[in-house]
Design a protein around this ligand. Structure first.
Ligand SMILES: [Fe+2]
Ligand SMILES: [Fe+2]
Length: 167
């Protein structure tokens, strides 16, 4: 299910990132059964909303959340485990290359895999929010993805059975 970005304040905060050609390439990478751009937008939007509600730095949450998976490697085979550990560093390097990043945004990106990766711990409340929303989004996206796949397979099997029985 595609995310609707109809919060004008939110859109203003992240429009330069969403307009960046390099960043938009994330759309071409599969991530948690959706694409990496869609996943990043979901994490960013909900982190922004929660941080705003909690009177935290919602601007850094929106921008750091959007950039937390700014990397172009694919999860495949044996390299998946090292990519799981290393991608926050790659994402931070890419974020710094294309945008001005503050210390909260940097920590959000670097620590978002905590506690799966304990090398970099969250230092700010905003980092904990983004890291938690990232995990919830992952579960949501995977469950939607698997449900769609199962429905597709069940539908396909039903059509074949119908054709077999009535032909
Ligand atoms: Fe990640
Ligand atoms: Fe993520």
């Amino acid at each position: 299910m595609k995310l609707e970005l109809n919060d004008f304040e939110y859109n203003d905060l992240v429009e330069d990132i969403l307009a960046n050609k390099e960043f938009r390439k994330l759309e071409n990478f599969i991530h948690h059964k959706t694409d990496r751009l869609e996943h990043s937008k979901r994490v960013s939007l909900y982190s922004y909303k929660i941080c705003k509600m909690l009177k935290l730095d919602y601007v850094s949450a929106a921008r750091g959340g959007l950039l937390h998976d700014f990397f172009f490697d694919k999860y495949q085979g044996k390299s998946s485990t090292s990519l799981m550990k290393n991608h926050p560093k790659i994402a931070l390097r890419n974020a710094k290359k294309y945008f001005k990043i503050n210390k909260i945004e940097a920590n959000i990106i670097e620590s978002h895999m905590y506690p799966l990766n304990i090398r970099c711990k969250p230092k700010y409340a905003e980092s904990y929010v983004v890291s938690t929303i990232d995990k919830i989004s992952c579960l949501y996206e995977k469950s939607i993805g698997y449900t769609n796949e199962i429905c597709f397979k069940v539908g396909k099997t039903a059509i074949y059975m119908f054709l077999f029985l009535f032909s």
